[in-house]
Design a binder for this molecule. Structure first.
Ligand SMILES: Nc1ncnc2c1ncn2[C@@H]1O[C@H](COP(=O)(O)OP(=O)(O)OP(=O)(O)O)[C@@H](O)[C@H]1O
Ligand SMILES: [Mg+2]
Length: 244
């Protein structure tokens, strides 16, 4: 059974259709990159799956349950965690406070503090720099450290799938390498399913896994990242060359 199944999704903003007829599914533990140029509809598709922008048409199933049109908190509770575009840290709070904010929805549950402590331990294992700086102000972290913080925050709810919108944006390639190393560790160690939006296919080709290419709101290619990334079909679809 697939962990995520997206069928024939449309996303509209008023009269603008940002995504149309998008279908794909993911197996647990899989890495899927959604690539494509500016305005292709990548973020819109990811937000629709997370419940942030409800789809205008189609159906979404996550962990075997239909989640179409459900509230983001409900979808999160099933184990879906999203890191939206832009690194949204609470600059004046400490790193640890930022991490605890992510567990807010469990605050009323019994045993919350103990569970938060073990989740903190787990994310500090993955991101030792955050442990070192845990009492420091989050706003003073570098871009790459802030990216790690928002990923760590998304992990605090112990998700089954983490969806990240452009983790490499504005980061130097070697810092992006570090962020991806951590993500791959999580995927292999926790069998975490990774859904990652990146404009270019470069990362997908480096990391491997599966890749979808979006253009003009539609999924135009879907296949093995390394095979597709180096194909002429990919070049043509990405740059919009057409045969005449
Ligand atoms: N909240 C919104 N209201 C109106 N239009 C929107 C909204 N969000 C996105 N759009 C439009 O929907 C289309 C798809 O945008 P989207 O942000 O999904 O693209 P993207 O592939 O993520 O692009 P980028 O690589 O630049 O982040 C664009 O034409 C965009 O202007
Ligand atoms: Mg986007």
């Amino acid at each position: 059974m697939s962990i995520l199944a997206v069928s024939d999704i449309a996303v509209r903003y008023g009269r603008l259709t940002a995504v149309r007829g998008a279908s794909f599914s993911m197996q647990e533990g899989e890495i899927l990159f959604i690539t494509g140029p500016n305005g292709a509809g990548k973020s819109s598709l990811m937000r629709a799956i997370a419940g942030v922008t409800p789809p205008a048409a189609g159906r979404i199933d996550f962990t075997g349950q239909e989640t179409t049109g459900r509230a983001p908190e409900d979808i999160a509770r099933l184990g879906f965690s999203m890191v939206p575009e832009g690194r949204d840290v609470f600059g004046s709070l400490t790193i640890e406070e930022n991490l605890l904010v992510g567990t807010g929805m469990h605050a009323r549950e019994r045993g919350w503090r103990t569970r938060a402590a073990s989740e903190l331990e787990a994310v500090y294992d993955t991101f030792p720099i955050l442990k070192e700086r845990r009492n420091g102000q989050a706003g003073l972290l570098s871009g790459g450290q802030q990216q790690m913080l928002v990923i760590a925050r998304a992990l605090m709810t112990n998700p089954r799938l983490i969806a990240i919108d452009e983790p490499s944006l504005g980061l130097a390639p070697n810092i992006t390498d570090q962020v991806y190393e951590r993500l791959i560790d999580l995927q292999t160690q926790r069998r975490l399913t990774l859904l990652i939006v990146e404009q270019s296919s470069t990362r997908a080709v480096m990391v491997g896994g599966r890749m979808i290419l979006m253009r003009g709101g539609e999924i135009v290619l879907d296949g093995d990242a390394r095979t597709l990334g180096n194909s002429e079909a990919m070049q043509a679809a990405y740059f919009g060359y057409e045969d005449h």
